[in-house]
Design a protein around this ligand. Structure first.
Ligand SMILES: NC(=O)c1ccc[n+]([C@@H]2O[C@H](COP(=O)([O-])OP(=O)(O)OC[C@H]3O[C@@H](n4cnc5c(N)ncnc54)[C@H](OP(=O)(O)O)[C@@H]3O)[C@@H](O)[C@H]2O)c1
Length: 232
């Protein structure tokens, strides 16, 4: 049976992605702190930024997962407002733990279990390739994700495992609404930055992730899912 292992599928883009794979008959394993409300999804509650994340995750996955064709999607992430001048080191480390170190840990555990036909899909951001003010830790971590994807591509030569990085634009999820607030004027202003004049829907990103995870020809590439951003 084909298996999806995804982080952060309790909500947002991850939840829609997990549902899409489940619709297609995949076994779906989610790792997040809270659960995904869909009985087809196997939920495992782990704080991926916690001190014991590596031990807990390794024990769990060794127990429940045989070698096979695996689709691994590194989706869980945090976003905070900070800047190069005022970022608190503990917060910076915590951001790297969830956004960068957790994918590294899962790669270490799962690559040895992956048979040909498997894939590793990273979730970046528009901010994987550009920076804006006051998103310092997030920008740093999302640039690192692209480096990890490119290294993964090179290091897995000959293994028939492909990788890519899907970079969503402004997508209507809890992450965005927590970051910018619920003020409709602000949301409209953000939406007007895309050539379609609206926010990306999480289902649209989920479909892009499914495509990336199942098409080896895109190995090593970045795929933007942002409806076309208006350049000023
Ligand atoms: N929304 C956007 O506009 C946007 C734009 C660009 C890129 N992205 C990227 O898209 C991905 C999904 O974002 P989203 O908008 O769907 O975010 P979201 O709705 O906030 O969901 C984030 C997911 O990450 C999980 N998570 C966060 N901290 C965790 C931790 N310490 N341990 C385990 N799981 C944790 C959350 O689960 P629990 O809370 O249950 O732990 C949740 O399922 C992220 O990589 C994000 O950077 C989003």
């Amino acid at each position: 049976m084909r298996t999806l292992i995804i982080t952060g599928a309790s909500k947002g883009i991850g939840f829609k992605t997990a549902k899409l794979f489940a619709d297609d008959g995949y076994r779906v394993i989610n790792i997040s702190r809270t659960v995904a409300a869909d009985s087809r999804i196997e939920n495992h509650s782990i704080d991926l930024s916690g001190p014991d994340a590596e031990t807990i995750t390794r024990t769990l996955l060794d127990d429940i997962l045989e070698d096979g064709v695996l689709s691994l999607v590194h989706n869980a992430a945090r976003l905070i407002n900070d800047s190069a001048a005022d970022s608190i080191t503990a917060d910076f480390r915590s951001m790297l733990d969830i956004n960068v170190v957790a994918p590294h840990i899962l790669n270490q555990i799962l690559i040895p279990k992956m048979q040909p036909g498997s894939s590793i899909t990273y979730i970046g951001s528009t901010l994987s390739e550009k920076a804006v003010a006051n998103s310092y830790s997030y920008v740093v971590s999302k640039h690192a994700v692209v480096g990890m994807m490119r290294s993964t591509c090179q290091d897995l030569q000959g293994k028939q495992i492909h990788t890519s990085c899907v970079c969503p634009g402004f997508t209507d999820t809890e992450m965005l609404r927590t970051h910018v607030g619920e003020d409709q004027e602000i949301l409209d202003s953000i939406a007007s930055g895309s050539t379609f004049g609206r926010l990306v829907q999480p289902e649209e990103v989920a479909e892009t992730i499914k495509f990336a995870a199942t098409h080896p020809v895109i190995n090593g590439t970045i795929i933007h899912a942002n409806l076309g951003q208006i350049e000023n």
